[in-house]
Design a protein around this ligand. Structure first.
Ligand SMILES: *[C@@H]1O[C@H](CO)[C@@H](O)[C@H](O)[C@H]1NC(C)=O
Ligand SMILES: *[C@@H]1O[C@H](CO)[C@@H](O)[C@H](O)[C@H]1NC(C)=O
Length: 186
């Protein structure tokens, strides 16, 4: 074969390999292997198994994408809840100021809502270190709302559903963090 032809073929082959690499799917891991790594494994398998179409053959990218969508929906619900708590805390200035603080921490652009949008963008860009950073900020902002930003101050004694919603989101984000660790290893 003449050298020109050989180099053309190797060039085509390289292009093909690069293309195959960039479109390849990620690893398929059993849900139990992922959920073993989180704080609450049974909660984790319940969430992942609720993925439409099931988890059989689902790769890490599709599970991660699904889980980010769950958190996004949960944050949207939580913002609605907080707005209604603000609207109903008329004669209780302490409650009103607590919930307003939570609205900016969770619903703000640099709060949990903004951070889950960033998580999604970084996940699509396969920047899994960035995913960990943004997903951790989702939790940090929720923690500030529930426990207060100053560890000296006692947390607001919240009797509403907000702490329960917050706990739910934290546990789903925990799954995203574990999936991004597995994806970093690929
Ligand atoms: C990611 O999830 C959204 C729904 O939250 C879905 O519409 C989209 O097709 C999913 N993308 C991938 C690559 O799985
Ligand atoms: C979070 O989203 C999941 C899935 O859409 C749903 O089953 C769950 O009830 C939601 N929880 C909250 C607190 O919004």
């Amino acid at each position: 074969m003449d050298p020109w032809k050989a180099s053309l073929i190797s060039c085509l082959l390289l292009t093909f390999l690069l293309f195959a690499e960039s479109t390849s799917t990620s690893k398929v891991l059993d849900v139990n292997i992922i959920c073993k790594e989180v704080e609450n494994p049974s909660f984790c398998s319940k969430i992942l198994n609720s993925k439409p179409g099931g988890t059989k053959g689902a790769d890490l990218v599709s599970l991660g994408n699904y889980t980010i969508g769950v958190v996004f929906g949960n944050i949207t619900n939580t913002i609605k809840l907080i707005k209604s708590l603000i609207a109903h805390s008329g004669k209780d200035p302490k409650a009103k100021s607590h919930y307003k603080e939570c609205l900016s921490l969770i619903g703000g652009e640099s709060g949990s809502l903004g951070e889950i949008i960033d998580t999604q963008k970084r996940f699509e860009a396969r920047d899994y270190y960035g995913v960990s950073t943004s997903a951790s900020s989702v939790i940090a902002n929720i923690e500030y709302c529930i426990s207060g930003e100053d560890p000296e101050d006692p947390p607001y004694p919240d009797k509403s559903n907000l702490p329960r919603y917050a706990r739910f989101i934290e546990q789903v984000v925990d799954i995203i963090l574990v999936i991004s660790i597995f994806l970093k290893q690929e």
